[in-house]
Design a protein around this ligand. Structure first.
Ligand SMILES: Nc1ncnc2c1ncn2[C@@H]1O[C@H](COP(=O)(O)OP(=O)(O)O)[C@@H](O)[C@H]1O
Ligand SMILES: O=c1ccn([C@@H]2O[C@H](COP(=O)(O)OP(=O)(O)O)[C@@H](O)[C@H]2O)c(=O)[nH]1
Length: 307
């Protein structure tokens, strides 16, 4: 089984941006914006609907829990409401906010808050490079996966089991939960004077997440894409799995995550590429060499003078 997967992984193409490859290669990769196909272990439709409504509830609860903290906001300023129990009307209110884009005011202004999305396949080295960037450029590093794992472990969390299931299956947690966690973490970081420049690592992984985050939180400034061959990522993840204790650093989950990346997350990078927002760095090199290339980009875009 393991050998077959390695062999299959070795024959996989590199993930690369639309600019870097010709159309023929793209069509061979079967990359589409469609959701991954249903398979054994995937939740049923009613279960997914239940999860989606829990997602709305999560969004509501977590967003409301940041009440009372001073935030840079667009005009007209929104008055923060104190947290209140979730009822059907409240959930509908959030659903409406999510669906009617004209009515939505982002939580932060892009003049005040800078967001860089850090994307790439599982094991490409996103977290490793973000740590370097945090030290050298004063960015706050928020890993969506870490925030989800923390929420999963938090005693009393309503979403612990749900998050665990999605992560183990390599699936994407309903966006309302992740966006709410990210917005809350950003709010807390700003309130604690940690900074207003954020590396959002491993998010967005789906087109609707990208659109929603930019609508309700803040538009992104750029996307840093770590391009990496699948066989390299596989080797790194298997090694990381020896000590990470993560439920998804095993061959079955890794294979599922690769598929979700190709089918669902890569199209997000392609969409940002069309907006000329993507900076691509090749990851199949030492950590130091990858970082040299990352630094070149950040020195140009984020040196003190360019602020
Ligand atoms: N350039 C690199 N060369 C070799 N190993 C790397 C490199 N970058 C990261 N790693 C290792 O690979 C694993 C995955 O890296 P990580 O930063 O956790 O990836 P991601 O956040 O993209 O999942 C980690 O164990 C890390 O130490
Ligand atoms: O925005 C996100 C980020 C992560 N995840 C889940 O968390 C897992 C681990 O993500 P992380 O970014 O921590 O790790 P990577 O896959 O990049 O190694 C993913 O496979 C998803 O199940 C998610 O649902 N939404």
């Amino acid at each position: 089984m393991f050998r077959t997967l390695i062999k299959r992984a070795a024959s996989q193409p590199r993930f690369t941006t639309a600019k870097a490859v010709n159309k023929q290669v793209i069509s061979k990769r079967f990359y589409t914006g469609e959701a991954p196909k249903k398979e054994n272990g995937t939740p049923s439709v009613p279960a997914m609907l239940a999860v989606a409504s829990m997602g709305f509830a999560a969004y509501y609860t977590l967003v409301k829990s940041k009440a009372g903290e001073p935030l840079p906001r667009h005009e007209p300023k929104q008055t923060q409401q104190p947290a209140k129990p979730i009822d059907e009307d409240s959930v509908k209110e959030v659903e409406n906010k999510v669906e009617v884009s004209e009515a939505v005011v982002p939580a932060f202004s892009e003049k005040d808050v800078t967001v860089v999305f850090v994307l790439g396949g599982p094991g490409a080295g996103k977290g490793t490079q973000c740590e370097n960037l945090t030290k050298d450029y004063g960015f706050v590093h928020l890993s969506a996966g870490d925030l989800l794992r923390e929420e999963q472990k938090r005693p009393g969390s309503k979403y612990g089991e749900l998050i665990n299931h999605y992560i183990r299956e390599g699936l994407i947690v309903p966006m309302e939960v992740t966006i709410a966690l990210l917005q809350q973490a950003m709010t807390e970081a700003i309130a604690a004077n940690k900074g207003t420049r954020f590396l959002i690592d491993g998010f967005p992984r789906k087109m609707d997440q990208a659109i929603k985050f930019e609508e309700v939180v803040v538009p992104s400034k750029m996307v840093l894409y770590f391009e990496c061959p699948e066989e390299v990522m596989l080797k790194r993840l298997m090694k990381r799995g020896e000590s990470s204790g993560r439920v998804d650093d095993n061959i079955e989950s890794i294979q599922k995550r690769f598929r979700v990346f190709k089918d669902t997350s890569f199209p997000v990078i392609e969409a940002f590429e069309k907006q000329n927002k993507v900076q691509t760095v090749t990851c199949d090199q030492s950590v130091e060499d990858v970082y040299k290339n990352v630094k070149r980009i950040f020195d140009t875009l984020f040196s003190e003078d360019s602020q």
